[in-house]
Design a binder for this molecule. Structure first.
Ligand code: SAM
Length: 260
């Protein structure tokens, strides 16, 4: 047994502040994340924000100063809720106006001790508690959800699968989309011919170098076509790597298929 395997790792700790603690762990209790939760690789504590309300109606929101539709979550209640769990972990508020979540940020969070997540509801959260607590504002995409709970689950799922011991070799993250700044190449499995469609011949060749080169070309083509933003970043920072590997990303987009 390696010294690394012999050292028990402290669980990666997620604390989620929400008005709906009963929805956690939800889908995170199944499959890879659920197994890891059961094995103590990570923990998920959902805290009811309402427990920190001070009036007899347990109020957590109020009308917005300046008028307008909807309600705003109160800073004093949220501050008390955050204060009850705050430690050395990054504290994040899920919000559509936050910095879009990336695989690089997910990996950095997975490398740390865990995370504190604040889930908004209604129109949003009083700005003063975001500033006073120095919360990191994170979005999971350019669309609006009804609340931060699903966004928190998305973030947690992305982090947990990267924790040591969660994915086996069969589910390695090394070749996944975004890990190397590219989208992933296409996958194929049996049957070799399905609905008169074959699979790229190179994948049946047994030539590992040719397969790797084909997959790289496909990943480059798909990234170039679908995500010019990722492709621009990739070419800007890895021009020399491409040249060294002899894969310029130019006109090698033809997919050879097995004859039918
Ligand atoms: C109805 S939304 C509030 C939308 C807000 N009024 C706006 O226009 O940006 C309620 C809560 O859902 C969560 N939420 C909605 N969309 C999100 C997204 N794309 N990423 C992260 N959290 C989101 C946030 O916690 C937000 O406070």
């Amino acid at each position: 047994m390696s010294p690394q395997a012999a050292t028990p790792r402290a669980p990666w700790r997620a604390s989620v502040l929400t008005l709906f603690p009963e929805v956690f762990p939800g889908p995170l209790g199944a499959s890879l994340a659920g197994r890891a939760l059961g094995e103590g690789i990570w923990s998920c504590a959902a805290h009811d924000i309402r427990a920190h309300a001070t009036d007899r109606h347990r109020t957590v929101d109020d009308t917005p100063f300046g008028g307008g539709a909807g309600m705003v979550m109160r800073p004093d209640v949220l501050d008390a809720a955050l204060g009850a769990v705050a430690d050395d972990r990054p504290a994040i508020v899920l919000t559509p106006r936050g910095v879009p979540l990336t695989q690089a940020r997910v990996q950095a969070l997975a490398d740390g001790p865990g995370v504190v997540l604040l889930c908004g509801r209604y129109e949003g959260i009083d700005q003063r508690v975001i500033e006073a607590r120095g919360l990191e504002e994170v979005s999971i995409g350019d669309f609006v959800l009804s609340g931060g709970e699903l966004a928190a689950m998305v973030l947690l799922d992305a982090c947990v699968r990267l924790l040591p011991g969660v994915m086996g070799a069969a589910e390695s993250a090394e070749e996944e989309s975004f890990t190397a700044g590219l989208l992933e190449y296409p996958h194929y499995t049996r049957p070799a011919v399905w609905q008169e469609r074959g699979v790229p011949e190179v994948l049946l060749s047994g030539n590992h170098a040719a397969v790797a080169a084909w997959r790289r070309e496909q990943a480059e083509r798909i990234t170039r076509e679908r995500r010019p933003d990722l492709w621009a970043a990739q070419t800007a920072h890895s021009d020399t790597t491409h040249c060294d590997a002899g894969m310029s990303g130019t006109a090698r987009e033809k997919t050879e298929r097995t004859p039918l």
